[in-house]
Design a protein around this ligand. Structure first.
Ligand SMILES: Cc1cc2nc3c(=O)[nH]c(=O)nc-3n(C[C@H](O)[C@H](O)[C@H](O)COP(=O)(O)OP(=O)(O)OC[C@H]3O[C@@H](n4cnc5c(N)ncnc54)[C@H](O)[C@@H]3O)c2cc1C
Ligand SMILES: Nc1c(O)cccc1C(=O)O
Length: 492
C-alpha cells in the first residue's frame, strides 16, 4: 500500500471500535465523537500532505525494499542527506499543526524504525524478539499506520518499584504464557491520541528493578484489541467550540489516556521483549529509540517554540508595546531561544554519529540539550506572552458578541489595537494567544513540553553523568600542568 491518504486513514478509524471511555460514557463511534472529530481531521490532513505534489518528494521516498512510496519517517538514515530528508517530513508535519500535536504519526514511526534497525540489541537476548520488531516495522511501514505509545507506569507510588505496588497488577505485567501468546494485565500511561490511532506499542523505559521481571515488556497491538480499555482524561474542548473563539483548542486537542489491559492476549509474534529487566532498562538507550525520535521531537519543538514566539511578538506589536525596552528584551530572549534550538538541531544533524551497522544518528549531546532546554524555554515563552498580553487577554468578547448588531458599534470602537489593527483582528489574535497561555488546552501544551520525553530533571542528571564519564576535562588538566614544574614554567 505505501503512503495513505487522509480518506484511507479515516476509513481505518471508522473500521474499528476500540473501547474508549470519555466523561463517564463508552464512546460508541470514535469518528462521530465531537471531541475527536477535529484531531481526526488534522491527522487526515497530514496523510493528505503525503500526496501533495508540492511536498510529496520532500516528505516521502520510494522504499527500495517494498518499491512503494513511504514516509521519510520510515527511513533508516544512512547519510546526512537522509537526516535532512527526514527532517523535511518532521518540519512539514509540525508546521501543519504549529508543533502543537506532538504525537503525530511520524513520531512513533521513527521509534519503530529505530527499534527495528537496531534490533541486534534484541537478538542478543532472544532472536524472536528481533525478528518480530523487524516484521512489525515492515507491517506499519507498508500500511502507513499511526501508532500511540504508553511506556510510563501510572503515577501511583513513585517511591516503590512495580513489584512493590499495593496491587501486583497496578502496573502492566505478564500474567501467564499461553501457546497463542502472552496474557498481560494492568495499566500504562499516557497514550496520547490513542482513541484515533491504528495500533499501540508498549515498550520499556529505564527504571526497572530486580523483581520487576513480569513488568519488563515490549509489544504492539491493534488499538481495538479485546480487553484493551482506553480511559480518556477530561476533554479540553467539546468539539463544538467556535474556531474564532478558540482557534487552536478547537482544532488541535491531543487527547491523553490511560490504557488498562484486562487480561489481554499479546500474540507471540507481537512480543518484542519480555521477562528481562536488563533488556528492559537498556532498550531505550541501546536500540536507537532515545536518539532517533529526538530528531522528530526537536524539530517539532522548534516549530512550537517559534509559533509561541511569533504570537508573543504579534500581540506586542498589535498594542504598540514593543517600542519599550523591557518588551523588546523579553521578545529578544524568545527569538534567541528559537535560534538556540535551531542551531542545536543543525549541529545534531551535521555532527551525526554512525553506528556499527552504518545507521546515521543525529548527535546525542545537542539532541539531549534540546530536551533539556525546551522544558524551560517553552514555559518562558508562555510567561512572556502572559506578561505582555496582561489584561488584554481577559478583555476578549466572543464571536457571538461580534455577531450582535447592538454590540457591534462598541466592539469596533473600544477593542481596537494600535492604528491599523481593527477590533476583530486584535481580539482574534488575543484569543489565539489565550488558547496558548490561558486555556487548559495551553497548559497541557506547556506540561507536554516539560514531560513529553520523560522527567527533565532526571534526564539532565543522566546527561551530566554521561558527560562526566566521557569528557576528558583536558582544559583543566592543562591549566594545572603549570604547577607540575612550577619554577621552570613560571620563569620561562
Ligand atoms: C501532555 C503529556 C503527554 C504525554 N504523552 C505520552 C505518551 O504519548 N506516551 C507515554 O508513554 N507517555 C506520555 N507522557 C508521559 C510522560 O512520559 C511522563 O509524564 C514523564 O515520563 C514523567 O513521568 P510522570 O509524569 O509520571 O512524573 P513522575 O515520574 O511521577 O514525577 C513526578 C515528580 O516527582 C519527581 N520524581 C519522581 N520520581 C523520581 C525519582 N525516582 N527521582 C527523582 N525525582 C522523582 C519528578 O522529578 C517530578 O517532579 C505524556 C506526558 C504529558 C504531560
Ligand atoms: N516518548 C517518550 C515518553 O513517552 C516518555 C519518556 C521518554 C520518551 C522519549 O521518546 O524519549
Amino acid at each position: 500500500m505505501g503512503i495513505r491518504t487522509g480518506a484511507q486513514y479515516i476509513e481505518g478509524v471508522k473500521s474499528r471500535n476500540p473501547e474508549v471511555w470519555l466523561a463517564g460514557r463508552r464512546v460508541s463511534n470514535v469518528y462521530e465523537e465531537p471531541v475527536f472529530q477535529a484531531p481526526i481531521h488534522q491527522i487526515a490532513k497530514l496523510y493528505d500532505l503525503q500526496h501533495d505534489p508540492k511536498v510529496q518528494e520532500k516528505i516521502t521516498h520510494v522504499c527500495a525494499e517494498s518499491e512503494e512510496r513511504v514516509s521519510n519517517a520510515f527511513l533508516v538514515p544512512k547519510s546526512y542527506q537522509d537526516l535532512e530528508a527526514r527532517r523535511g517530513t518532521f518540519e512539514e508535519f509540525a508546521k501543519a499543526t504549529y508543533g502543537l500535536m506532538g504525537r503525530t504519526p511520524d513520531f512513533l514511526n521513527v521509534v519503530v524504525t529505530s527499534m527495528a534497525s537496531n534490533s541486534e540489541f534484541l537478538d542478543k537476548y532472544n532472536p524472536e524478539w528481533g525478528r518480530n520488531i523487524r516484521n512489525y516495522y515492515k507491517y506499519i511501514r507498508d500500511n502507513d499506520l499511526f501508532l500511540t505509545h504508553a511506556i510510563i507506569n501510572p503515577q501511583n507510588d513513585r517511591s516503590k518499584a512495580s513489584h512493590e505496588q499495593q496491587d501486583m497488577y497496578t502496573h502492566l505485567g505478564a500474567v501467564k504464557e499461553t501457546p497463542e501468546g502472552l496474557v498481560v494485565r494492568g495499566a500504562k500511561m499516557l497514550a496520547t491520541l490513542a482513541p484515533i490511532t491504528d495500533e499501540v506499542i508498549v515498550y520499556s523505559f529505564p527504571g526497572f528493578k530486580p523483581g520487576d521481571e513480569r513488568y519488563a515488556l515490549a509489544f504492539a497491538l491493534p488499538i481495538d484489541t479485546p480487553g484493551l480499555r482506553i480511559i480518556c482524561r477530561e476533554a479540553m474542548q467539546d468539539g463544538k467550540r467556535s474556531v474564532y473563539d478558540h482557534p487552536l483548542a478547537s482544532r488541535f486537542e491531543e487527547m491523553d489516556a490511560v490504557l488498562v489491559f484486562n487480561d489481554v492476549l499479546v500474540p507471540w509474534d507481537r512480543v518484542f521483549l519480555y521477562n528481562n529487566v536488563e533488556a528492559a532498562n537498556l532498550l531505550y538507550p541501546k536500540a536507537g529509540i532515545a536518539q532517533q525520535p529526538a530528531h522528530q521531537s526537536g524539530v517539532r519543538g522548534l516549530i512550537k517554540l517559534q509559533f509561541a514566539t511569533e504570537v508573543a511578538c504579534k500581540i506586542a506589536d498589535s498594542i504598540g508595546v514593543d517600542v519599550y525596552l523591557n518588551v523588546q528584551n523579553d521578545l529578544g530572549e524568545l527569538v534567541q531561544s528559537v535560534e538556540t534550538i535551531r542551531a542545536l538541531l543543525r549541529v545534531a544533524e551535521y555532527e551525526h554519529e554512525v553506528t556499527a551497522s552504518g545507521e546515521v544518528m543525529p548527535a546525542y549531546a545537542p539532541l539531549e540539550t534540546i530536551r533539556g532546554l525546551l522544558p524551560t524555554m517553552y514555559p518562558r515563552a508562555i510567561e512572556v506572552m502572559q506578561i505582555i498580553g496582561a489584561g488584554g487577554l481577559l478583555m476578549s468578547p466572543t464571536d457571538a458578541d461580534f455577531e450582535n448588531p447592538e454590540l457591534r458599534g462598541d466592539l469596533d470602537r473600544y477593542y481596537v489595537g494600535k492604528e491599523g489593527v481593527p477590533s476583530e483582528d486584535r481580539v482574534h489574535l488575543f484569543k489565539l494567544a489565550w488558547d496558548l497561555c490561558g486555556e487548559a488546552f495551553g497548559q497541557r501544551l506547556l506540561q507536554y513540553e516539560r514531560y513529553y520525553t520523560g522527567d527533565p530533571i532526571r534526564k539532565r542528571a543522566i546527561f551530566y553523568n554521561n558527560f562526566k564519564r566521557k569528557d576528558s576535562f583536558e582544559l583543566v588538566e592543562d591549566a594545572l600542568k603549570i604547577y607540575d614544574t612550577k619554577n621552570e614554567l613560571i620563569n620561562n
